[in-house]
Design a protein. Structure first.
Length: 202
């Protein structure tokens, strides 16, 4: 997961599933090799001719993280560490200059590179907020306790976040993550109660 918008039910991407960027396209990040680290942003493109990169945040506090950042670690196996010599907000993203990246070609080589932090560095959540990966794997049932399926993914979008649910019969569907449709979330018990209109998973 731009990161999830602050809607009635708030979801924040951490170890990443998927998200919808401003162009409306669904994006995803493979974090299977990142262990106990989470992505906080990625290089979208080169900016200018002096090696600057345009970085998009992937966490709800991205603006604060990138505003005062002095170094960044990449999420690839090499875990490269770049010293950040300049950081400027730009239309919701950040323009960064990384030490040693001095030409446009250097910057273009970093396109798609993720920057990560230890999972322990996640911010504290308020009531009614969840990390996306904590929702994945939860059992979904209706108000009567009838099992529907399991959350397999979380898609975050500008209008609302959605739970991707796979039924035991192999039917997949998306449930808007809003109070009327998802009245109860119990992460401790790994259980989500939904109140759905008829026919959604038929």
């Amino acid at each position: 997961m731009s990161p999830a918008q602050l809607v009635t039910r708030k979801v924040f991407p951490s170890t990443w599933t998927s998200w919808i960027d401003p162009t409306g396209l669904t994006r995803s990040i493979d974090v299977t090799d990142q262990g106990d680290h989470i992505p906080i942003g990625y290089v979208r493109k080169a900016h200018g001719i002096r090696g600057d990169v345009l970085v998009r945040g992937l966490v709800s506090d991205a603006a604060d993280r990138f505003a005062g950042v002095t170094s960044l670690t990449t999420g690839d196996p090499a875990a490269r560490v770049f010293r950040v010599t300049a950081s400027t907000p730009h239309s919701g993203d950040h323009i960064l200059h990384l030490e040693g990246i001095d030409t446009r070609n250097d910057a273009e080589d970093l396109i798609g590179t993720q920057f990560v932090v230890p999972a322990s560095d996640r911010r504290a959540l308020d009531d009614g907020e969840w990390w996306a990966e904590d929702l994945v794997g939860c059992e979904v049932s209706d108000r009567d306790g009838q099992r529907i399926g399991t959350v397999t993914d979380v898609v975050t979008g500008a209008a609302q976040d959605r739970l991707v649910v796979m039924t035991d019969g192999g039917v997949a569907g998306e449930i808007p993550f809003v109070d009327p449709l998802v009245p109860e979330v119990d992460i401790t018990e790994r259980r989500i109660v939904v109140d759905l209109p008829p026919g959604l998973f038929e």
